[in-house]
Every structure is written in structure tokens, then in C-alpha cells.
Design a protein. Structure first.
Length: 342
């Protein structure tokens, strides 16, 4: 009697393909120099050292994904920037508290391992880590047939940073009459894509043939680590906020102390073409502000007299500009005027 032989591969999981992907990551990951080095890729856990020059070190951790921006990547069959977004979404949160990113881990779950797709994603992750001056120390790739449809996948990331106790950026440093600076975004970053995709579908737009949307929708999220680390090292800012889901108001609200208010002048915001396109297609001002960064990727709160020194650390494209002021008040955020969408 012949018995049927069942294998993991027949169920849809190919361990050999996963091993090939891990080997690929090992070959392209930057190698540490010096005697004290750890081989993390492919191990059960990841090991790293804590910098010695930080007094009373505190660990900060963040995790995030890129939401339905991955569906745009699938539609355009372009996966080389989505990994940068993944790193950005976590490290841009870490630096809000003054923490320097140390290391990053990724999690990729996919219907069936596609080495070409996964290699593009991981190259983007390594690029994001390079921009963030942190190390990719490991991760997980899960082949999950039945959970995801053919060609579908999801990615998530986890970043750990470190900051000295006295260097932590908290709302105690924010004072009355501090100015609020907007740092430009690179585009939509990784928020609001469910609404964007809904609008594209409702208006029957083929993004593969739309040159403007094709170039805009997969622009990687700007990583602000280098600039913010320079500012915190020089003690030039009192607070900051990463403008992600919830938009400008909700994110700034999170760092404003009691009895103070962030007075924002919306008419000072310099928005860009992609947000003007979204507004034109039929989104209300309120929904735009609640869902998208509207051209402001990051906010800084500082003493007005430090503005010139702050600007020295930014390129022309991302030069911060004043959009408001901290005043006394019960409402944590006050929105004045309206954005000029023309």
C-alpha cells in the first residue's frame, strides 16, 4: 500500500527559498569593523553594544508599518523604496524624544516567497538604516499561504534607540513664546493611503499610466534623523513632533504641556502638488488636515533666537520655516486661517 507523502513545501511553504533570502541579506548587510562584532543575521536573537559615551542611558523603542502604501507598490510593481518608508516610520518617532537610533528589525509576511520582490524590499530597508545611522540586526520572513492572496504581503518594523536621561526631549522644555517650525515632507510619507486608493478607484484612475501619480505615490518618507540629532546635540530645540496619522493638529498636541497652546497659522504652510491634487479631487480642508501631513513632515519647537543656527543643519529643500508660536492657553492646539491650495 502506497502512502501519500505530505511536505511543508506542498502546503505552500518553501524553506529553501527562505534560506536563500536570509543568505542574500547576509551578503548585502554592512559588515562591522574591529574585533568586537556580532553576526546577527540568521541567528535566533540579535546582539548589540550600548554606546559608552551616553550618561544615564535610556532605551527608547518604536514599531510601525507602512499601511496600504504597499498596495500602491504592488500595483506599480515597484518595491525598492517601501523599505525606506518602513524604517522612517519608526526612527522618525524615536528622534522626537531625542533618541539616537541604534538598531532596526523587520518583519515581512508574504503569500509566497518571491526573491526578486523581497530583495528589493530589503535593499530599501538597508538604505533606510544607512540614512538613519543605525544597523539592521535581524528580522523575520514568514511565508503564509492562505492568509494572504497571491502576490500580497505586509511589512512591519521595530527600532530601538538610546538617549541620555538629561537629553530626553519632553514637554517640560517647551516654554511660552517658543516658535513652531515646519520641516517640509517629501510627500505623503506613509499615511492616508487608504483614502488615496479609494479616490483613485472612485475616479477610475489608472496610476500605471498617470505619470504624476506614478512618481508621487511611492516617494519614500523623508528620514529626519541626521538633522534632528545635530539639533539635539547642540541643544537647539525644546521639542518636536513627527507628523503622521492624525495630521498636524493631533501630533503636535501630543508634545504640548498643560496650560500652553500651539497657535498654528495654516496660511503659512507651504504645501506641494500631491496635496493640491488631493484637495482638488474633492477632499475637505478638515479631512486633509486630519489625514495627511499637507506638506509638513516634522515640526520643531525652539527659542526664536536659535532659528538661524537651526537652519544651518538643513538642506534648501527641507529648510524649516515658522508656522506658529507657543502661547498660554487651555486649548493645546489652535488653528488659525486656512491653507492656500492654489
Amino acid at each position: 500500500m502506497n502512502k501519500k507523502i505530505y511536505t511543508y513545501k506542498k502546503s505552500g511553504v518553501n524553506i529553501k527559498s527562505a534560506d536563500k533570502f536570509v543568505n542574500f541579506i547576509s551578503t548585502i548587510s554592512p559588515k562591522k569593523k574591529g574585533k568586537k562584532k556580532f553576526s546577527n543575521i540568521g541567528g535566533f536573537g540579535s546582539i548589540t553594544t550600548i554606546p559608552k559615551n551616553i550618561k544615564q542611558p535610556r532605551i527608547v523603542a518604536c514599531t510601525d508599518g507602512v499601511g496600504t502604501k504597499i498596495e500602491i507598490a504592488n500595483t506599480l510593481n515597484k518595491f525598492d523604496t517601501i523599505g525606506i518608508d518602513l524604517v522612517a516610520m519608526s526612527v522618525n518617532d524615536l528622534i522626537v524624544q531625542g533618541a539616537k537610533p541604534l538598531f532596526f528589525l523587520d518583519y515581512i509576511s508574504i503569500n509566497k516567497i518571491d526573491l526578486s520582490k523581497l530583495k528589493s524590499i530589503i535593499k530599501g530597508i538597508l538604505d533606510g538604516c544607512k540614512q538613519s545611522r543605525c544597523e539592521l540586526v535581524g528580522g523575520e520572513t514568514a511565508e503564509m499561504p492562505g492568509t494572504y492572496e497571491k502576490g500580497k504581503f505586509d511589512i512591519a518594523g521595530f527600532a530601538v534607540g538610546i538617549v541620555g536621561k538629561n537629553q530626553i526631549l519632553n514637554n517640560n522644555k517647551i516654554k511660552n513664546n517658543n516658535i513652531i517650525l515646519a520641516v517640509p515632507s517629501s510627500g505623503l510619507h506613509s499615511n492616508g493611503y487608504s483614502l488615496v486608493r479609494y479616490l483613485i478607484k472612485k475616479n477610475k484612475i489608472n496610476i500605471t499610466k498617470n505619470k504624476f501619480l506614478k512618481s508621487e505615490l511611492l516617494k519614500p518618507t523623508k528620514i529626519y534623523v541626521k538633522e534632528i540629532m545635530n539639533l539635539t546635540n547642540k541643544n537647539l530645540i525644546n521639542g518636536c513632533a513627527n507628523i503622521t496619522g492624525g495630521g498636524l493638529s493631533d501630533n503636535i498636541k501630543r508634545v504640548i504641556p498643560e496650560k500652553l497652546s500651539a497657535n498654528l497659522n495654516l496660511d503659512q504652510i507651504k504645501t506641494t502638488k500631491i496635496f493640491k491634487w488631493l484637495k482638488k479631487i474633492g477632499i475637505s480642508d478638515n479631512e486633509m488636515l486630519k489625514t495627511f501631513n499637507c506638506g509638513v513632515g516634522f515640526c520643531l519647537i525652539a527659542d526664536a533666537k536659535k532659528l538661524k543656527k537651526i537652519n544651518k543643519y538643513f538642506s534648501k529643500k527641507y529648510k524649516p520655516y515658522v508656522i506658529g508660536k507657543i502661547t498660554k492657553g487651555k486649548n493645546k492646539v489652535k488653528l488659525n486661517g486656512s491653507i492656500n491650495w492654489l
